[in-house]
Design a protein around this ligand. Structure first.
Ligand SMILES: [Zn+2]
Length: 140
């Protein structure tokens, strides 16, 4: 499931407005969100007052059920406290697994890759790098 909500945003110009921000994307169910991420358009907002476009960085969950990836993207500014984010993600991961029936939990435990990245760019690099590898292995 992908989740988002209308959030109060403040622009550098001082204008307050509401913008839609995604908190999580299940890209297996919503492949269009994966495309948005790759095009650098996810959680990109435009100030209605001064037309400035900017990213709003919030902790964001990227879930690809087919590729078995569960990736948390934290704001770049939080990289210094990276340990806190990793601890939190580990906690959420354990919670998620404990909420699952046995066979589903086994899949999560044995097949999933859990990552913590900082900044949406890091996620884009990660996904692009993977695409590159996929096309390389196809040409071999
Ligand atoms: Zn503005």
């Amino acid at each position: 499931m992908s989740t988002g909500s209308n959030v109060d945003i403040t622009c550098e110009c001082g204008h307050h407005f509401k913008g839609w921000l995604w908190q999580s994307a299940n890209v297996t169910a919503s492949p269009d969100l994966r495309g948005k991420i790759l095009r650098g358009q996810l959680n990109l907002v435009t100030c209605p007052s001064c037309d400035r476009r900017f990213y709003v960085e919030i902790p964001f969950l990227y879930h690809d059920m087919a590729a078995r990836e569960w990736i948390w993207v934290y704001p770049l500014q939080q990289e210094q406290q990276g340990g806190d984010a990793r601890e939190k993600v580990q906690e959420m991961w354990e919670q998620l697994k404990s909420s699952l029936p046995d066979d589903a939990r086994r899949v999560f435990e044995e097949e999933y890759r859990v990552l913590v990245l900082f900044g949406m760019d890091a996620l884009v690099y990660y996904l692009q790098g993977k695409q590159l590898k996929e096309s390389e292995s196809l040409s071999n």
